[in-house]
Design a protein around this ligand. Sequence first.
Ligand code: ADP
Length: 185
Amino acid sequence: MTRESVIVNDTAMNSIQVVTGDITRLAMDAIVNAANASLLGGGGVDGAIHRAGGPAILEACRTIRQTLYPDGLPSGEAVVTTGGQLPARLVIHTAGPIYHADPDPAGHLAQCYRRCLELAHAHGVKRLAFPGISTGVYGFPKAEAARIAVLTIRTFFAQNPEAGLSVTLVAFSTADAQLLQQACT
Ligand code: ADP
């Protein structure tokens, strides 16, 4: 069950909200997948999205590997696929930085959010949901990741006031939701 907690930032056209719940259940235009370089599935939110969305997503990811990114998706990059059987129309897959191995984890995390927002905008997405990219197995400290997410989204809003994007930050626990809300204030 997804619970809406608060709407914390609004410009005339763009907004951020924080919710707690399972991102695969959200009827968005697009949801973001915290994928890995292989694009071929994994654990955490990646596994949940592939399970809920069915084989069409994996098939599209395989095609992307064979064409655009034969060596894997670099940290900070993002690609779009169908949402398959998900309530969301599209999935935007991004490879977050591995905190203790990436040469520039903060820069690459910001780049993930920025690339996803750019792709969403280019695909006419109005309702977009993000999980906490890199804050699970990839070990990015959650409070810092939340600040980077909010700052990057607000910067995108300032640069694209006409985008009309409603961005939902999805926390998987109430503790994570609090960190996101703090980052928004
Ligand atoms: P990464 O490898 O990028 O760290 P993870 O999937 O391990 O990705 O975790 C990213 C974040 O997604 C974590 O904060 C985790 O709690 C959260 N998460 C896991 N499953 C879901 C889900 N179904 N919906 C929303 N968030 C989820």
